[in-house]
Ligand binder design. Structure first.
Ligand code: B3K
Ligand code: ZN
Length: 879
């Protein structure tokens, strides 16, 4: 851990300067040894002509031993350069020169999983954002792009030796060693460098591009995983085809390699031609992966593949521009998933994630714009804001320009900047050119943090047969700015007639009515829009498809919401109306609980809900979404001062009530949805499983032995992990006698499968049983628990923090537990530790008692020696 005795300094976008020196060509030689790997780097460099004055050469580097520095063939003595904790400065260099540097590193001892490290004894790298500087000294910034040539030498017990690009040579060496040489013809920044070496097997396929080139596709995994790669391979081929069809983008190398490793800080990494993946996003088999896991694999494979253009061919000038590649690539993977699966369900999922995680981030101490203006540790900025809100910003541009011009804009951006490092402004400029419109106000979405609120009031004029919508926008203050300028907000709206049909829309000043969904552009702080030619008072369907990432406030009556839930032509808004209705109901129950009144769902709500449950025409995936109550996180986010345990109590009560009052209907649907044989991923089958398991969880709320028997039968007999895991989770959530037997059975069955043991830990950590905290403390001492594996740590400690009812115990023990674990992990893996500290950033939104308890833990953490990563989270939370 890089402990900090003095406060680390922030880096600011406004200080950006072009690099003083450029690298034309890199030659790397690795002699791999677990604890003492030698790295020789030969750099052809030149002074950047943008910079007039000659200056010393600064190279980034840390956590390694510098062995030698040779400039144009001459070994430099210590007087010629200065080494410090962050890098080396070479005082004088000519305009063009060759620099050779030798370093020694310790991959086996590298627990941060950045740079070169080992996973299951194999070597692999993670260089984004600042990992390359742990391998060799280098100008480790994305606007320095160079051609790489890599030679890897290792013992033959590491038979597979991989790096980016094309294999140009391989052969034998003395003493049981061998080597491979790779060359990447595309200049790239250091963060896209990758090396993998180990005992891996390879699954191969091929893809013919639209122009007729054959691309070799390879997935490398450990031998035990070789039967689990088919879905990943299929997903890769679908992604390649989709990018050709939608954006005319073809793959550019002859080989595309994916490597799955068990120890990885995040999901995956888009290194040029050699992606490294968390095995969670590669491995899938019906018996071991759920439907959600399958979708996760498909979308992450697509995401990393899409980076080949949006990220690699055109990269970011600096890390403040991170959303340029991430927001755009998330948008692209979301569109891909929507095209491959049910588009409406995908959109609902995207919005659910945004509201559950990004909205709270935007309302807390770590709030930052999509293009942040400063950071202490860039790894803390791989956030929901940069990724998911960034994707919403791209989506809004598509809404404003229309699909065709938007696609033209993306193509123009790629053409203008191919082979270069670009900025978010460059992207918007291409959109302006393709769309023939000025987006200067729109760009505030990149520079202002916070979630805007939009208040809509509608006034129907019986005489004039018109409907006026008065809108007001307001964005609450965030750490970087008290006052905000009005955003340009595209609001897609529709109007429903009394029979539920969509009305063709005509705005004041227009000659005739047109489409039934209209995008209104709210640009002022206050603005009105009037629809005319309305025979009767319509029902407003605002923000269709969630056309902007805003909090909408409008006074809808329960009847209006129920009507839209049944009739809205926009399926997203049908779901949204149901959620709003349920939210009103749950918030009312919450205040009843707080005031000491009886808290129950209203008969009217239950009746509407049962009615929806019995709709046999509805798409089953959509129906499950519609019936699912708003999450505890979303509910908590609505409250100024939240007691998460009260939220849990109310939501659990509502679920119990739905289970008991709709028992017969739930049972019927559960039985109707029984599986009919072979596992299939088609949307009908996925929908059927989702509805069936949803019914099971509500029925199990009744704590009735007959239901438990049903659940046990499903657990023991299921042939697929979706059904088995659903039954397992409800059993663990249940006080039934068989609970322990099932927990043991799951472990015995799957102990050889790390991804399933992760599920085993997280299901227990998420349990609503009162003894869960004690169980989590015990699990921490289970032999299968390990702090060094990020997936395992997340599956126990991370999952527990998402168990709001348990984590937010009134005695603060949950907070103490997390602080202890995070402090321990910070010694090994600062990046994951900082991420795990996320729940602490929400302390100001808690009710006073819990707020004080959480704050005390933050203060305790602040007193410890922290990594830069964790320091930033803790200090910003307290400021
Ligand atoms: N670009 C990587 C994320 C790197 C995170 C570094 N802390 C994966 C992705 O977004 O595709
Ligand atoms: Zn990405």
């Amino acid at each position: 851990m890089a402990a900090n005795t003095k406060a680390p300094e922030a880096i600011h976008l406004e200080d950006y300067k072009t690099p003083a020196y450029l690298v034309d060509q890199v030659q790397l030689t690795f002699q791999l040894e677990p604890s003492a790997t030698l790295v020789r780097s030969k750099l052809q460099m030149s002074r950047n002509l943008d910079r007039t004055e000659p200056e010393p050469l600064r190279l980034d580097g840390n956590s390694m031993e510098l062995i030698s520095v040779v400039l144009d063939g001459k070994t430099l003595s210590g007087d010629n350069y200065q080494l410090d904790a962050e890098g080396v400065t070479i005082f004088a260099v000519p305009e063009k020169f060759c620099l050779e540097i030798e370093t020694k590193i310790d991959p086996a001892g590298n627990t941060s999983l950045e740079g070169l490290y080992q996973s299951s004894g194999n070597f692999c790298t993670q260089c984004e954002a600042h990992g390359f500087r742990k391998i060799t000294f280098y100008p480790d910034r994305p606007d320095v792009m160079a051609k790489f040539r890599v030679r890897i030498e290792a013992e033959k017990k590491y038979p597979v030796l991989l790096s980016n690009g094309n294999l140009i040579a391989e052969g034998e060496l003395e003493n049981g060693h061998h080597y491979a040489e790779w060359e990447d013809p595309f200049p790239k920044p250091s963060y896209l460098f990758a090396l993998v070496a180990g005992d891996l097997v390879c699954i191969e396929d091929s893809y013919k591009t639209r122009s007729g080139r054959d691309v070799l596709l390879q997935i490398f995994v450990e031998e035990r995983n070789k039967d689990f790669c088919d879905h990943a391979m299929l997903s890769l081929k679908k992604s390649m085809k989709w990018d050709e069809d939608v954006f005319d983008l073809e793959y550019d190398l002859d080989r595309y390699m994916i490597v799955a490793v068990d120890d990885f800080n995040m999901g995956a990494m888009e290194n040029k031609g050699l992606n490294v993946f968390n095995s969670k996003y590669v491995l899938a088999h019906p018996e071991t992966a759920t439907d959600a896991d399958y979708l996760g694999v498909e979308s992450v494979i697509a995401h990393e593949y899409f980076h080949n253009w949006t990220g690699n061919r055109v990269t970011c000038r600096d890390w403040f521009q991170l959303s340029l590649k991430e927001g755009l690539t998330v948008y692209r993977d979301q569109q891909f998933s929507a095209d491959m699966n049910s588009a409406a369900v995908c959109r609902i999922d995207d919005v659910r994630i945004l509201r559950q995680h990004q909205f709270p981030e935007d309302a807390g101490p770590m709030a930052h714009p999509v293009r942040p203006a400063s950071y202490v540790e860039i790894n803390n900025f791989y956030t929901m804001t940069v990724y998911n809100k960034g994707a919403e910003v791209i989506r809004m541009m598509r809404t404003l320009l229309g699909e065709e011009k938007f696609v033209d804009g993306v193509k123009l951006y790629l053409k203008r900047h191919d082979g270069d490092a670009a900025t978010c402004d460059d992207f918007v400029r291409a959109m302006e050119a393709a769309g023939q419109r000025d987006l200067s106000q729109f760009k505030l979405w990149y520079s202002q943090a916070g979630t805007p609120q939009v208040l809509i009031r509608s006034h129907y004029d019986e005489q004039a047969k018109s409907l006026r919508l008065d809108m007001v926008q307001h964005c609450p203050p965030t750490p970087e700015a008290e006052q905000k300028q009005p955003f340009q907000i595209p609001l897609a709206v529709g109007l429903l007639a009394a029979d539920g049909s969509d009305i063709p829309l005509q705005l004041e000043g227009e000659d005739s009515a047109g489409a039934t969904t209209r995008v209104l552009e709210l640009c002022e702080k206050e603005q009105s829009f009037t629809f005319i030619g309305l025979k009767e008072q319509p029902i407003l369907s605002p923000l269709r498809g969630f056309s902007a990432p805003v909090r909408l406030k409008a006074d809808f009556s329960d009847d209006e919401l129920a009507f839209r839930m049944a009739h809205d032509a926009d399926s997203f808004n049908r779901w949204e109306a149901g959620q709003t209705l349920a939210l009103k109901e749950l918030l009312r129950m919450l205040s009843d609980l707080e005031e000491g009144r009886q808290f129950v769902l209203s008969p009217k709500f239950i009746c509407a809900w049962r009615h929806a449950l019995e709709d046999r025409q509805a798409d089953m995936s959509l129906l499950t979404q519609l019936l699912t109550l708003p999450s505890e996180q979303y509910l908590s986010d609505q409250l100024e001062e939240c007691n998460p345990q009260a939220v849990r109590e109310v939501r659990d009560r509502a679920r119990w009530q739905l289970g008991s009052e709709c028992q017969a209907a739930l049972m019927e649907r559960y039985q109707e949805c029984a599986d009919d044989g072979e596992y299939s991923l088609d949307p009908q089958a996925v929908g059927r499983r989702s509805l069936r398991n949803f019914c099971l969880t509500l029925l199990m709320e009744l704590h009735d032995q007959r239901m438990t028997d049903l659940c046990l039968e499903q657990y023991y007999k299921s042939q697929n992990m979706t059904d088995r895991l659903a039954a397992f989770a409800v059993m663990v959530d249940n006080p039934a006698q068989d609970r322990l037997a099932v927990i043991n059975d799951f472990y015995q069955r799957w102990q050889e499968h790390p991804l399933l043991i992760d599920k085993w830990f997280s299901v227990q950590a998420m349990s609503h049983q009162p003894q869960v905290f004690a169980e989590v403390e015990l699990l921490l001492r289970h032999p299968a628990f390990s702090m060094s594996n990020p997936n395992r740590f997340r599956s126990l400690v991370g999952a527990f923090t998402q168990n709001l009812g348990a984590f937010h115990r009134g005695d603060g023990a949950g907070y103490r537990f997390l602080a202890d674990q995070v402090l321990l992990l910070d010694q090994k893996n600062p990046q994951v530790a900082a991420r795990m500290a996320g729940p602490f950033t929400r302390w100001k939104r808690l009710e006073p008692h819990r707020r004080e308890l959480m704050k005390a833990e933050l203060v305790r953490m602040q007193a410890a020696e922290l990594s830069k990563d964790l320091y930033e989270i803790v200090s910003k939370s307290l400021s």
